[in-house]
Design a protein around this ligand. Structure first.
Ligand SMILES: [Zn+2]
Length: 285
């Protein structure tokens, strides 16, 4: 695993497969000290972060799972383990420099029970620039046995200085692939092919009559990108919509789509937002 690299988009059916993949990574020789979990579902990412902490500390773990019953697993579940910190999102407020200094201070102290110390920061895009800058050095070299997990529903709002120091894990919504009927897929696929050539993106957004439909279209993009990424990784031949695009590029596009989905859920003007996404990321695909 190259430092500051991207693991790619994970999880064919959501949480359990991302977790499995994550644990395989954690069982590898060298673990990057800063992981970034991104995707639209806040709770799923938090549970997987918790699972990761259990995996580190579990007294009865095997190669791919923690037991969830031992003393350590139980204390992490109840969020009272002394070497696992959770900075949860309590409000939409920005994460201030004071909070980040508190995090840094706590992580600097030696583990109480050891040998690890884990800090989970939820919705890390709330970090303002001053807080992020104060965090960079610790994020890069947190010290022996220290690990950070940052989660976000808006990866586009994370400062690049922060995300470039993390290994990214991308979470897709649960069951997403199953909810899209084949004719819906074909409709979106044909439309996208057409408008990405003519660059008449408003033609596509005009066909999305409700916000639900707009979200469905974003799920379609995510699942197409995801399938391409999986095929590339397995070195399988495939003739999907995005198969000519590199994995690196696809991961960026995936992030843009996930970010927009997060924004769309709290914003009414979906037409313009999707049009701008297509213009920036899907011209001439
Ligand atoms: Zn356990």
């Amino acid at each position: 695993m190259e430092k500051n690299g991207k693991i790619g988009a994970l999880g064919a059916t959501g949480c359990s497969q991302v977790q499995e993949r994550l644990f395989r990574y954690l069982s590898s020789q060298r673990i990057h000290p800063a992981l970034l979990f991104l995707g639209p579902d806040k709770e799923v990412k938090f549970q997987v972060a918790k699972g990761m902490a259990k995996f580190f500390f579990c007294l009865k773990k095997n190669k791919t799972a923690f037991c969830n019953t031992c003393n350590n697993c139980q204390r992490i579940e109840r969020e009272i383990h002394p070497d696992v910190y959770f900075f949860k999102e309590e409000s939409e407020e920005a994460l201030k420099i004071e909070t980040v200094r508190e995090v840094i201070g706590q992580m600097r102290v030696s583990p109480i029970e050891g040998p690890y110390k884990i800090c989970v920061i939820e919705e890390a895009h709330r970090m303002n620039a001053a807080a992020a800058n104060a965090f960079l050095k610790t994020l890069e070299e947190p010290g022996e046995g220290r690990y950070f997990v940052l989660t976000t529903t808006q990866p586009g709002s994370i400062l690049p200085t922060v995300s470039s120091r993390c290994i990214e894990f991308v979470f897709r919504p649960e069951n997403e692939g199953l909810t899209l009927a084949e004719d819906t897929r074909k409709k979106y696929s044909d439309l996208l092919k057409e408008v990405s050539k003519t660059r008449n993106f408003s033609q596509l957004t005009a066909s999305l009559e409700e916000k639900e439909e707009a979200l469905q279209f974003l799920q379609f993009l995510q699942s197409e990108i995801h399938n391409s990424l999986i095929a590339k990784e397995a070195k399988k031949e495939r003739s999907g919509l995005f198969d000519n695009i590199s994995s690196h590029e696809l991961t960026f596009k995936f992030e843009a789509v996930v970010t927009l989905e997060g924004q769309l859920r709290s914003n009414a003007n979906y037409g313009l937002m999707i049009e701008s996404l297509l213009r920036n990321h899907f011209s001439g695909v």
